[in-house]
Write a protein that binds this ligand. Structure first.
Ligand code: SF4
Ligand code: SF4
Length: 352
């Protein structure tokens, strides 16, 4: 994340708006991945599951999504599912229109089918393909999106590989090295992200990492990030995996991301996992990335996280007043201390 992004996000938070929006654009997915949180019975916090929701398609989906985006005005939109490419015709129409609004879009898919080559030249679009391990593990977990199919579907495209590390991958030494060697060598791959499997509280699945496995993975990734430059793993982000946020209230990612499910109404809380996620075992790459930004100290003194939490409190008040006031309340400008950060190097990474 860069200074300019932080300033834009900060203004949004002060206005009482979440700078990031995630939409579960469809309830459908051709995969049945073990441990998938989207279809867990408690994902939506009630008796309904994602599969029970009504979802949209065609013109209706395009128009309703644009209306939602225009109403919530995020800086960043994640399109997840189900698998968004189930609605590939709608995505072909939607994505350019959202990007025209200056919004960064990330589409998360299994690549069970291909997508337009033109997407690869869209600067504000990231296509993240979930690839969970080497073929022996991945092809069992994620069929029909097997290696063979993914390689065919991403040919001459540009993608980000996203791997969720599960305990099953750690039975063989050198597994992550082999994974990185394979995907780093592909021209289609721009960068590689890793998350760690995140369970619900009180749930013990074969995918769950023990604390020592977690330490082992992070220690390996510290070394591998040097060997494989496409591994997008800043040290400050890796460090966060060893001390994840203690609760959703402490999680900057959860506090800055609004998640809407496939009926375009139901909110998923407290974060994208829904239900009752075990923050102490959180392995979400995005959460760790924002935690690393929160650790950044302004002038070497004040952690950005404390400014964020104070700003979020202001934002909640502004939002409450806005709901009861007309004309709309003016949003305060960020104080000058941060404005000065823009001047020398707005594009400098905060967590490199
Ligand atoms: S592709 Fe994603 S949404 Fe579909 S089952 Fe697998 S993890 Fe769940
Ligand atoms: S993203 Fe992780 S740390 Fe944040 S609320 Fe969800 S489980 Fe907890």
């Amino acid at each position: 994340m860069r200074y300019g992004d932080v300033l834009r996000a900060w203004r949004s938070i002060l206005s009482g708006r979440a700078p990031s929006l995630s939409i579960e654009i469809t309830r459908e997915c051709p995969l049945r991945c073990p441990g998938c949180y989207a279809y867990e019975t408690n994902h939506l916090g009630g008796s309904e599951t994602l599969r029970d929701l009504s979802d949209f398609r065609g013109d209706d989906l395009v128009a309703r999504t644009l209306e939602l985006v225009d109403r919530l005005r995020p800086l960043h939109l994640s399109i997840v599912g189900g698998d968004p490419l189930v609605r590939y015709r709608e995505m072909e129409r939607l994505i350019p229109q959202i990007i025209d609004r200056g919004i960064h879009v990330q589409l998360v898919t299994s690549a069970f089918r291909s997508f337009p080559q033109e997407w690869s030249s869209m600067r504000l679009l990231t296509v993240a393909v979930s690839i969970d391990g080497l073929p022996a593990e991945h092809d069992i977990r994620r069929r029909p999106a097997t290696y063979e199919r993914i390689l065919k579907n991403i040919a001459q495209r540009r993608i980000t590989v996203h791997c969720t590390v599960t305990a099953q991958m750690l039975n063989r030494p050198g597994y992550l090295d082999e994974f990185l060697a394979f995907w780093s060598a592909r021209d289609e791959v721009e960068r590689i992200w890793f998350s760690l499997f995140t369970p619900q509280r009180g749930v013990d699945l074969p995918e769950c990492l023990t604390p020592s496995q977690r330490e082992q993975v992070i220690s390996e990734l510290f070394g591998l990030r040097v060997k494989y430059p496409k591994a997008d793993l800043p040290p400050k982000v890796l460090q966060q995996f060893l001390r994840p946020p203690s609760s959703p209230a402490e999680c900057i990612f959860a506090q800055t991301t609004e998640i809407i499910s496939a009926d375009l109404r139901t909110r998923v809380t407290p974060c994208q996992f829904g239900g009752d996620p075990d923050c102490s075992q959180c392995g979400c790459y995005a959460s760790m990335g924002l935690a690393a930004v929160g650790d950044y100290r302004l002038g070497g003194l004040i952690p950005l996280a404390s400014i964020f939490h104070a700003s979020a409190a202001i934002g909640r008040t502004v939002a409450a007043v806005k709901r009861h006031s007309s004309p709309p309340l003016e949003v305060p400008e960020p104080p000058p201390v941060l404005i000065t950060l823009k001047a020398p190097s707005e594009d400098r990474d905060l967590v490199s």
